[in-house]
Design a protein around this ligand. Sequence first.
Ligand SMILES: O=C([O-])CC(=O)C(=O)O
Ligand SMILES: [Mg+2]
Length: 618
Amino acid sequence: MTDFNPMSSINIAELEDKMKTAALDQHRGYAQNHYPEVQQYRPTETIPKSSACGHQVLREPVWNKGLSFTPEERVSKNLTGLIPHVMESLETQSARVMKMIQTRQTNIDKYLYLSNLKAQNIDLFYRVLIDNIRELMPLVYTPTIGDVCLQYSSLYTRPESLYISIKQRKSIRTMLRNWPYPEPEICVVTDGSRILGLGDLGINGVGISIGKLALYTGAAGINPAKTLPIVLDTGTNNETNLKDPFYLGLRSRRVSVEEQQAFMDEFMEAANDVFPNMVVQFEDFDTEKAFKYLDRYRNKYKCFNDDVQGTGAVILGGYIGAVNLSGVPVDEQRLVFMGAGSAGVGVAKQLVEYYTRRGLSEEEAKRKFWLVDTKGLVTQDRGDELAEHKKYFARTDNNGHQFRTLEEVIEYVKPSALIGLTATFGVFTESVVRALKASVDAGGLGRRPILFPLSNPLTKAECTFEQAVQWTDGTVIFASGSPFSSFAMKTPDGNVVDYNPNQGNNVYVFPGLGLGTILAKATKVTDNMVYTSAAALAESLNTDELRKGLIYPRIERVRDASLIVAREVMKAARRDGVSKLSDEQWHEWEEWGDVALTAYIKERMYDPVSFPTERARF
Ligand SMILES: O=C([O-])CC(=O)C(=O)O
Ligand SMILES: [Mg+2]
């Protein structure tokens, strides 16, 4: 039995002593900075998988095969009698799960059912998710994950992440080593300071790290046993959390920006020491930190920011398709951005790069963008102190005029595209949308407005799909951050037309970008890799999707899109000289064209099957 004891390699009495002191300290509320770097053990290194048996196998979600254990496995692993005698395929078990989900009344209940399943049987959870992605993605991800985050502390039943508080900053390495699985390939880290459009949720924001990682696996096949959700707790300024008796985070306001940064430095250094091969994805840090941390770490570590770069790439990918459909030539496009936070500026910068790659100077490209925030059009002479990240886009050609409302800006700019990243429901009013349509119509017959209300979750969307279709008489090219349903509308000649929305969510980019970075063994995530992910996404639509006028692949094809994104990202890493794979390997792929590289990636994508291979396990 000693083999099974992860603690066997350490002095338990000594450890218990230390832990008692630490626990006591914490209880008294002055545990800050007391934790020494002790107990450096890695449980998984001490559990030999081959000898795990009985309940241990059933209770470990990565080993549990539910009712798919073969008779031989049932005997060799001492499982007989512990599970029903029948043997079922993953498909049958998956059908049972779907049946049970239908019986749950609310989306949160459905989420909890799925989350519970994930904690019991990883293969089954992902089989169900992959096969029912249209129905289940909104439950494990936006919009439901937004509600889950709001209530995370009340819903809490078990740990499913690393929770690292600034009070434990001396033990970051220890906590990372405590993660009970082998070295992760990717982590999603948030500090909860700007969760979706919901603001500062503190430690409750951990739900977004968990949700994103479910899609790294579901949408790109990254081994689930090698994904690591992390929340960094530096306090919260959310009054509801601070007053909530169940709140699980530090019950104090956020520490200063400088202290947060020092903590982040320590975290990044520790993560790189303990897991040198792990890609770090920053998620939902507030705007200022999103840009600052990305700048600070991007050349030092393998990392990227999903809100700045992922959103930027996914919108660029969709915008390329939208321009083709719009009838407004790409060089005549004029874009108004409502919202100038991390996502707004990230997207605008990605689109600037698109235009410079098409031959425009940076200055010319920049002039195609008008950014609007709560104070109106962002101009250099507006009279207020512009945040650093907005200065790049501040207009100088406004002749001293200031435009305070979105209507005024539209009237002045006459845009062809309106992008919303405001986290404010209903900002795209009927008069705004009609004004957009009018400005596009004025350019010539058959032209179509591009309207992207991108804020998440649905309660923060700038307008609904139905409104967009009605207010543009069905001409809109539409993409939203969270999913809307299709909508049927009667045309003036009495026909009923079905309109299909696009979901312009970064789920089309981050899983493939992460997978490509991992498989290329890239030492960093370069701008080229991010840009390439957008271009690859635009290329990933099949003829049926193009014929239907979609600008993103149907969500059922997200894994196909991720594969193409990952492949092109890998090639970009190679071109940029950041891939650590051998020259021989690359020469071989280069000789075979994309076929060999595609096969290589596909083979490595986790895709649980009935009587699974060992691929996903550890
Ligand atoms: O999580 C999502 O759905 C998209 C995203 O990154 C955000 O809204 O912050
Ligand atoms: Mg985000």
